[in-house]
Design a binder for this molecule. Structure first.
Ligand code: PA5
Length: 447
């Protein structure tokens, strides 16, 4: 049985099926390059066989540390940015009740995030909130030098040490970082923090299935073994040697590149389940940072429907025709809510009486898809059977694999991000970082 179903038939008014199949060989070749490590950025391909290489000992160690933090803390702050943040946030949102503040299980600590912004108010409000709870910190940074998480960690570490003393603080801080290099590694070793390694050959945005994602998720009570199992099965389903017709990652990569080549430069990832909103945020980083370079790349955007039909729907239906839409479609809701018959029927909705809300949502999805296709927005549909750890794990790996293939079809190195440095140089110059004196003088003239 297919884990993920992909349907590209609703791109046919924009591109011929032959335009997708014309890229099938490029997709097969790209997948091969990911496996034989002969393509661009080949020192960052550790994620390709990562799911199948996760050992039970590694999962047991994650479980041990997660249990220790769960036993000590009502709140666990995960500090990180970009790939060191979005994967955990995405899966946590997908797996959590939509109203966590109202239905929290006593045994599960609340996992919150920091270090993904430089907002003074956010930091202050976090410190204030922590005053009322026992807490612990997971600091995640591969380089160990990224400014945003480094500042947040400096503040939070001081707070843990002030509250619990240095010895107990070392039991409440876990570091996830590079094996050898970096300031965070040295600090973790000096202070005796529990430490997990981000493999050298796994870049941040491909690291959700390493402890970067797995530890915060395990702390929150997510079944990470199932997440990994889903990813393992998708690793098999998209392996080198699986034909184009059977490999959903290749089909998705080929379809989006065929659309791009025809002038569809913006891809909107849409979902009808609000819990998947952060999956889209994770996806935006994955594709934006991997493909947006050398003056090329599809711009990744996202909407949550039907909510955004009442904000972005007009543009999608009738705005500039450079958009295509990829829908993550969930076949089956977990719960059942039926619309009741109303004696007065003032809202005129009795025609829906007896129907499940999920059925109405599904009809909305089908109706919107056809409306958008009619409006000139080609549609790719990715269907998962339901939202659970297994299928989310599969979905994450599906997108990662498709991203590597898609980047190679586009002709870029999907595993670097040289453009991210430009803002850092200006910020450091404006903050008078030693060594940036010349840049400081130059940028100040431009303010
Ligand atoms: O995908 C990437 O490489 C980036 O988004 C990084 O994850 C992000 O910049 C954070 O880097 P670090 O983990 O070194 O702090």
């Amino acid at each position: 049985m297919e884990i993920i179903k992909i349907d590209t038939s609703k791109t046919s008014e924009a591109i011929a099926a032959s335009e997708i199949s014309a890229l099938s060989q490029a997709a097969v070749d790209a997948n091969k390059l990911l496996h034989n490590k002969q393509g661009k950025g080949n020192d960052f391909l550790g994620w390709v066989n990562l799911p199948s290489s996760i050992t039970t000992a590694e999962l047991a160690e994650i479980d041990r540390v997660a249990k220790s933090l769960r036993g000590k803390a009502e709140v666990v702050v995960a500090v990180g940015i970009g790939g060191s943040y979005l994967g955990a946030k995405a899966v946590l949102e997908a797996m959590s009740n939509s109203f966590p503040q109202l239905v929290k299980k006593e045994s599960d600590p609340v996992v919150v995030f920091a270090g993904e912004n430089l907002s003074e108010d956010y930091t202050c409000e976090l410190l204030d909130a922590l005053k009322n709870y026992s807490f612990a910190v997971i600091v995640i940074s591969k380089s160990g030098t990224t400014t945003e998480p480094a500042i947040a960690f400096r503040v939070l570490r001081a707070e843990v040490e002030k509250r619990y003393g240095k010895k107990e603080a070392a039991e409440r801080i876990v570091a996830i970082t590079d094996a050898k290099r970096g300031a965070l590694k040295k600090l973790a070793t000096d202070e005796g923090y529990d430490t997990f390694v981000i493999p050298d050959d796994v870049g941040g945005r491909f690291s959700v299935l390493t402890p970067v994602g797995l530890l915060p998720l395990a702390v929150a009570g997510v079944n990470v073994a199932e997440l990994v199992r889903g990813a393992q099965d998708m690793e098999k389903a998209t392996a080198d040697g699986v034909s184009f017709e059977k490999n959903p990652s290749m089909q998705y990569a080929a379809a989006r590149n065929a659309l791009y080549n025809k002038g569809y430069k913006i891809e909107i990832l849409a979902s009808y389940e609000p819990k998947l909103q952060y999956i889209a945020e994770w996806w935006k980083q994955l594709y934006g940072e991997s493909e947006g370079k050398e003056g090329k790349g599809i711009f990744p955007a996202s909407v949550t429907l039907t909510a955004d039909l009442h904000s972005m729907g007009q543009y999608i239906q009738e705005g500039e025709r450079t958009l295509f839409e990829t829908v993550i479609s969930v076949a089956k809701p977990k719960n059942k809510v039926v619309v009741e018959k109303d004696a007065d029927d003032l809202d005129g909705l009795n025609f829906l009486a007896g129907k499940r809300i999920g059925e109405i949502n599904h009809m909305a999805e089908l109706g919107v898809t056809i409306a958008h296709v009619d409006g000139g927005v080609p549609n790719i549909r990715i269907e998962i059977p339901e939202i659970n750890e297994y299928y989310i794990g599969a979905l994450l790996y599906f997108f990662e694999k498709a991203c590597g293939i898609s980047g190679y079809i586009l002709g870029v190195n999907p595993f670097d991000q040289p453009g991210v440095e430009a803002y850092k140089k200006n910020m450091f110059a404006l903050l008078d970082k030693p060594g940036y004196e010349k840049e400081s003088a130059e940028i100040r003239k431009r303010l």
